[in-house]
Write a protein that binds this ligand. Structure first.
Ligand code: DC
Length: 230
C-alpha cells in the first residue's frame, strides 16, 4: 500500500487528536499534533511573561523570541503516542491546561507564529506516511494531501467531552465555562486573517456527534483503504 499524507482538520475538542493518534498507530504512520505546537508557543509566552493578565500579548517580544522556541516530538513507548517537548523539556501535560487553552487562539492568530509553525510542519511531512491534525493542514500546510478529513461535532458535545477529559486529569471547571471557551475558540479560529479554520474543498466531512469510537475507527479505516489503493 502506498504511504500518503493525511490531513485532519476541524473544530477544537472534537476528538481529532485521539482519532489521529489511534489511526497512526493502526496503520503505522507518523502522527503530528500541530495544535500541540501552538500550545507550546503559548506556554512559552506565558512563562516568559509575554501575556499580560488582561490578555494583551507582547507580540514584538514573542517575535524576537521565536528562534529560541524549539518544539519536538518523541515517541513514548509506554503510551504508544508521541509526547511534546519544548526546548527539550517534556510539556505534554503543561500545554493541556485551561490556562493555555484560553490564550492559544490569539497566539495562533499571529502571522509570524503561523509562518514558523507551518515551515516546521511541512518539513516533518516531506516523506509522506504522516497524519497531521489541526485547523489549516488541508488548506495551508499540505494543500496536496491525498486524504483530507474535516471533523465536526456540536459545541455542546465537544464541551462535555473536554469537561470529562479535564475532570479525569483532576481539573474541575464549570461546564458553561468550557462551553464558552469552545465557542470563543471556534470564533477566533475561523475568523482570523491568516489560515483560518475552514473546510478544504476536497475534504471529506466526518460529524462524530453521535458516533461511537469503534464506528469512527471503522469509518476512518475504510476511507484510508480507499485512498491508499495503488
Ligand atoms: O487542537 P488544539 O485544540 O490542541 O489546538 C490548540 C489551538 O491551536 C486552537 O485553538 C487553534 C490553534 N491551531 C491552529 O491555529 N492551527 C493548527 N493547525 C492547529 C491548532
Amino acid at each position: 500500500m502506498k504511504k500518503i499524507t493525511i490531513a485532519i482538520d476541524g473544530f477544537s475538542s472534537c476528538g481529532k487528536s485521539t482519532m489521529a493518534k489511534d489511526l497512526a498507530k493502526e496503520i503505522g504512520y507518523v502522527y503530528v499534533d500541530s495544535g500541540a505546537m501552538y500550545r507550546s508557543v503559548t506556554l512559552y509566552a506565558l512563562r516568559a511573561g509575554f501575556i499580560a493578565a488582561d490578555g494583551t500579548i507582547a507580540a514584538d517580544r514573542l517575535e524576537q523570541a521565536m528562534p529560541d522556541i524549539r518544539i519536538s516530538f518523541k515517541f513514548n513507548a509506554e503510551t504508544g503516542r508521541p509526547d511534546t517537548y519544548l526546548n527539550g523539556e517534556l510539556v505534554e501535560r503543561d500545554i493541556r491546561t485551561l490556562e493555555v487553552s484560553n490564550y492559544v487562539s490569539p497566539i495562533a492568530a499571529l502571522p509570524f507564529v503561523r509562518h514558523a509553525m507551518t515551515l516546521q510542519q511541512q518539513a516533518m511531512g516531506q516523506e509522506g506516511g504522516i497524519i497531521m491534525d489541526g485547523r489549516d493542514i488541508g488548506t495551508a500546510v499540505f494543500p496536496n494531501a491525498e486524504l483530507k478529513i474535516f471533523v465536526t461535532a456540536s459545541p455542546e458535545v465537544r464541551a462535555r467531552r473536554r469537561y470529562d477529559e479535564l475532570k479525569a486529569k483532576g481539573e474541575e471547571h464549570a461546564l458553561e465555562d468550557i462551553l464558552k471557551n469552545v465557542q470563543e475558540r471556534d470564533y477566533i479560529d475561523s475568523h482570523r486573517e491568516v489560515s483560518p479554520l475552514r473546510q478544504a474543498e476536497d475534504a471529506v466531512v466526518l460529524d462524530n456527534s453521535h458516533m461511537t469510537i469503534p464506528e469512527q475507527k471503522q469509518w476512518l479505516l475504510d476511507i484510508v483503504a480507499r485512498h491508499t489503493k495503488e
